[in-house]
Design a protein around this ligand. Sequence first.
Ligand SMILES: *Cc1c(COP(=O)(O)O)cnc(C)c1O
Length: 406
Amino acid sequence: MNHDQALWFPYAQMQTMPPALEVSSANGVYLNLKNGQSLIDAISSWWCVIHGYNNPKINNAITSQLNKMAHIMLGGLTHQPAEELAKKLVKITPDGLNHVFFSDSGSVGCEVAMKMAIQFWKNKNITSKTKFLALKRGYHGDTLGVMSLGTDDETMHHTFKNILPEQWFTTPNDLENLETILKNNHLQIAGFFIEPIMQGAGGFYLNTPDYLKNAKKLCEKYNVLFIADEVATGFGRTGSLFAVNQASICPDIMILGKALTGGYLGLSATLATTDIFNTFLHDDSSKAFMHGPTFMGNPLACVAALTSIQEFFDNKYLEKIQTIENNLKNQLSHIKNENIKEIRIKGAMACIEVYDVKTIQSAQKIAVENGVWLRPFGHYLYTMPPYIVTNKELKKITDIMILCTQ
Ligand SMILES: *Cc1c(COP(=O)(O)O)cnc(C)c1O
């Protein structure tokens, strides 16, 4: 038996995967490798480590909570960090989102949103609305339910395509197409799932505030819930605290994850309006929401999130993100060569899309040799740095991205 492969890595062909780099510690924007090298983490450990690593305030908050209790179930018991975080999230998210259901990952947070949307209609005695509409090239996680909301090429969820429920898909920024689908199918559609402003894992495509505003209106017109998946965009990534803020809309359901705990621990939040919450209140107990992840609202994760949010405001991250966006634009937007199809920049995100996947095949290797951690996939070479990145560190990241597309 080959004990070398006890650890099964994500999204990897284990037969050909090159050895993973071993990290022995991490500090600020730096990953410190066992071999003595340090790499700037240009992608914030899958977009969540917004403060960089080893933030003293979050470290302390977790340590002091650890001395009280690491975990208790949220079934019939409660604790101050969960109560306080729920109130905090209600306060900082758009007016109207007043109730918070915690889970332990973004995927599950989105599954919760799907179940909540279907049951919302069922509790109103509308049983036909069990399907969803989503954006083409969307990504809402890897579990079976949300996989049905992602359209994709041969790479991600293709193997499971024929066992997933069929959903509807619409083209981003195309209101006419959206209205046609809603008009013809609204009696079956429980909700419209969207990654507002920026679609992440599907290739960093952008949609506009104007599109969001009008899409929300169409959803109201056709009685379809507007469900904003802000797992990637929440907490500043696209330039505003939440992406929906740029359209001044309040979704019916909103999901947060990834950066919620500053990348410390797994936690997601599914927020709902009072209108939705109230349909679950009833003398009949079968109208209740029957879902409860074991680790929902874990106290360590909740204090990490509370401290992370405090750090976000104390350190004026929105200003920092503006500076990052300006620098990304200055350093990347004028770059042209025959390999580059498009460069997309929004907030603290920049993506170079290339015509041919071969162009960036060795990008990760080149970046590592130059002291930067990048993880391009498909046609996309991107950065989403921690917000504490300095101008000099960011310049190093963009220089290497340019080098990798030559
Ligand atoms: C990452 C991501 C998810 C899934 O989150 P996990 O914590 O990986 O389960 C869902 N939606 C979006 C938009 C994401 O970027």
